[in-house]
Design a binder for this molecule. Structure first.
Ligand SMILES: *[C@@H]1O[C@H](CO)[C@@H](O)[C@H](O)[C@H]1NC(C)=O
Ligand SMILES: *[C@@H]1O[C@H](CO)[C@@H](O)[C@H](O)[C@H]1NC(C)=O
Ligand SMILES: *[C@@H]1O[C@H](CO)[C@@H](O)[C@H](O)[C@H]1NC(C)=O
Ligand SMILES: *[C@@H]1O[C@H](CO)[C@@H](O)[C@H](O)[C@H]1NC(C)=O
Ligand SMILES: *[C@@H]1O[C@H](CO)[C@@H](O)[C@H](O)[C@H]1NC(C)=O
Ligand SMILES: *[C@@H]1O[C@H](CO)[C@@H](O)[C@H](O)[C@H]1NC(C)=O
Ligand SMILES: *[C@@H]1O[C@H](CO)[C@@H](O)[C@H](O)[C@H]1NC(C)=O
Length: 397
């Protein structure tokens, strides 16, 4: 039994030779690291506990990440932006009139892609999904994935984040989530531009009909089946690191490629209190999203069990250790969390939906070693700024 690999080995003689090789490799790597001082690129494929046949293949670079709202998707997007830059892969970016999203909430069409960012191999900006439109412009070996979040915490987040933006929320007396949920139809405005933030947002983002009768089992199951056929992985925000480990294996990426710092979070004071009967009411009001979520949470867990929860757990530990090291290098210990308005560097200031909600971001310390500074800056660069930066870069190219 090999504790490093997490499984029994069949051929002991082969294994000991492998081990010897491993020791030699480790020594060689160590001497390399010592020579180059600390280097950010030392995580390799050998730092994994799960065996997966795909892991030894070349890194997959053609990916579509369907970015959903308030689901930790900005963090995933940042991972993809950095991966694309590092591996010189073209990211599809929105035309300027679409801002930093593909003209969301309009239905996606290929015309929303900036011509300087074609032909793309990566798509990761917000859109209302339309598979046949996306398929037209992506390579035929593209891997699709997305992320969902528990509808209860997600709705709380939407309600607070879009409280001024979304008219269905704006006029709720005392801005009370309870008042809204006691009679959603009194406040919900189906035809307003941002109605999708207040009803079945996940279903809408994935291209479904947010106002469809949730009792229509045929619609629900065919929609779920369609999503299952398109997306090779549906991440679940509640199991973010576990989902990332699965993603890493799916794409044959290295541990280094999935390192992240959480982005686009609200401050604690901006979070609403969820009391006893709210969860039930949120699930009822967002019944389509709830069915979608419950289905794909179960799917994720099936995948995790199939993969081996123990080895995934070990890889999650490796990820967290590496992350800790990263934070030490970039922030000298712990990240300097700030309210957006207090961040001096404009490039690192996240977008605020209104003055009534506080989004937090990061300030980089002045004394970050120069060899890390570009890496660290990108790690905490918010979506809008990173999108602009990439468009400039791809335009120059
Ligand atoms: C990046 O890719 C482009 C084509 O997509 C190529 O022209 C360019 O030379 C590449 N740059 C590097 C540094 O590999
Ligand atoms: C998706 O795009 C295709 C064209 O590729 C179009 O025919 C279809 O109507 C679109 N579907 C929706 C729901 O907008
Ligand atoms: C994918 O596209 C390439 C070239 O564009 C083609 O050679 C290949 O046969 C296609 N593969 C599939 C499965 O369609
Ligand atoms: C709003 O809050 C105030 C004070 O907390 C309370 O007196 C009032 O009844 C509330 N209004 C509604 C419609 O709940
Ligand atoms: C957008 O897509 C939805 C279905 O996904 C469709 O019902 C709607 O008509 C489309 N809107 C436009 C403007 O094409
Ligand atoms: C939520 O509840 C806690 C404890 O009951 C309280 O300390 C906190 O201020 C409340 N937050 C809001 C936004 O009402
Ligand atoms: C997701 O599924 C797992 C396994 O069935 C379950 O234990 C867990 O409670 C579910 N998580 C959520 C947030 O519903």
């Amino acid at each position: 039994y090999d504790p490093l690999l997490g499984h029994f080995t069949k051929d002991p003689s082969k294994m000991s030779r492998k081990k010897l090789l491993l020791v030699v490799l480790v020594l060689a790597s160590l001497s390399l690291i010592v020579h180059h001082n600390w280097h950010l690129n030392w995580y390799t494929k050998s730092m994994q506990a799960c065996y997966h046949p795909k892991s030894s293949r070349e890194k997959h670079t053609a990916v579509v990440f369907l970015k959903t709202h308030k689901t930790a998707s900005s963090t995933v997007q940042n991972v993809l932006f950095r991966f694309a830059e590092k591996h010189n892969v073209t990211v599809a970016l929105p035309v300027q009139s679409c801002y930093h999203q593909f003209c969301y909430p309009r239905n996606f069409t290929a015309r929303f892609i900036h011509p300087y960012s074609t032909p793309p191999r990566v798509i990761t900006s917000h859109m209302r999904f339309n598979f046949s439109e996306v398929k037209k412009i992506m390579p035929n070996d593209t891997i699709y994935f997305t992320i969902l979040r528990d509808p209860v915490s997600m709705f709380e987040s939407l309600f607070s984040y879009y409280n001024q933006y979304c008219l269905s929320f704006k006029y709720v007396p005392n801005h009370s989530i309870t008042t809204f949920l006691n009679n959603p139809l009194k406040y919900y405005k189906v035809t307003e531009k941002y109605a999708m933030y207040s009803h079945n947002t996940l279903t809408f983002d994935l291209g479904g009909d947010k106002d469809h009768n949730p009792e229509d089992e045929e619609y629900v199951s065919s929609f779920i089946k369609e999503m299952e056929d398109i997306f090779s992985l549906v991440m679940i925000a509640e199991y973010f690191d576990e989902s990332l480990v699965l993603l890493k294996h799916l794409l044959s990426w290295d541990l280094e490629d999935i390192l992240y710092i959480k982005l686009n979070m609200r401050s604690e004071e901006s979070k609403l209190n969820i009391t006893s009967d709210i969860p039930r009411k949120v699930r009822e009001w967002n019944a389509l999203d709830t069915k979608l979520y419950d289905h794909f949470n179960a799917t994720l867990w099936k995948k995790l069990y199939k993969f081996g929860v123990d080895c995934v757990g070990k890889e999650v530990q490796l990820l967290r250790q590496a992350q800790k090291k990263l934070v030490e290098n970039c922030f000298g210990g712990h990240p300097q969390v700030r309210l957006a308005k207090n961040i001096k560097n404009k490039e690192l200031r996240p977008w605020q939906p209104s003055s009534k909600v506080n989004i937090i971001g990061y300030e980089l310390p002045m004394n970050v070693a120069s060899r890390f500074s570009d890496y660290c800056r990108k790690l905490v660069m918010p979506e809008v700024q990173y999108t602009k930066y990439l468009l400039r870069k791809e335009t120059l190219r």
